[in-house]
Design a protein around this ligand. Sequence first.
Ligand code: SAH
Length: 338
Amino acid sequence: MNNIFNLPFENLENYFESINEKKYRATQLYDYLYKKRTYNLDSMTNISKELRDKISKEFDFSFIEIIKKQVDIDVKKYLFKLKDGNLIESVLMYHNYGISLCVSSQVGCNMGCKFCESGRLKKVRNLETYEIVEQLLLIESDIKDRITHVVVMGIGEPFDNYDNVMNFIRIITSNKGIDLGSRHITVSTCGVIPGIEKFMQEFKQVNLAISLHAPNDEIRNKIMPISKVYKLSDLMNTLKKYQNTTNRRITFEYIMLENINDSAECAKELANLIKNINGYVNLIPYNETENIEFKRTKKVQILAFYDILKKSGINVTIRKEFGGKVDAACGQLRAKSL
Ligand code: SAH
């Protein structure tokens, strides 16, 4: 049975039309699910009993389950159990500008980035849309507050699960429901070009972040296998096209890995690579993990790298760190309980 939280608003309208019901039934149902947060069909009394029966035969209203929560000052990490027993995680971050949620898009990931702990667990399967939507619904109900920003930066490569992730975005941005602003949503990719191509046509207002992590193919090939499939020059051409189509600023994520990509030459090369793109670089202090050989670049070196970019006219920030204590930091999202 199809889960009700898989359906973007238009699909729900189409369903009602297909059974000769008025389209506004979709507005009513969305209002219960996403505004009132009522999930019990029996309490939806402005929908006839007969129709409620039909809906319950057609759709599953079940939820994934929070099985563990770890709390720090400005971060909460949630472990979810899916119906087939797989485990995924989401991380909630309290910023000065709002509350942002980092959702997972797959069980495991096939991109194989060498520095990433999450990627060590090979992809088991894509998440269905409802499994991403419910991460948000359950966490909002846990914190009794509204999430203001969503980043698709948890476990998984969103453009390796394009349709389900995009339906998730359609659902959370619908003004009939959660009504989150598209500009408050960011999708992060390691550079899957066909995904970027589609995304720029369909979601012009949603932010795009690129996990760049290297200023040239030689270094990138060593740490990110995807770059053997999609070369940097092709990626950059695609991003220029993205910019012409959407006029949006692109975020470049750049993890600082000691003696790998953190030299002054790298900084200059990076500045050169992106100087014609309206973007900004987010320098990410690497979160060291037990299993991986990479080291975090020292603070002074990060600052030196930052300075070179700044002086070359590149917008750059150093990422605030969250969740080190609860293993919720980037790349550490991995169900330890496995
Ligand atoms: N597959 C997508 C989204 C998931 S990764 C992507 O590649 O963008 C989210 C971000 O966390 C990426 O920029 C990734 O490179 C970064 N990351 C992975 N491991 C990390 C670590 N140990 N320390 C800091 N950032 C890390």
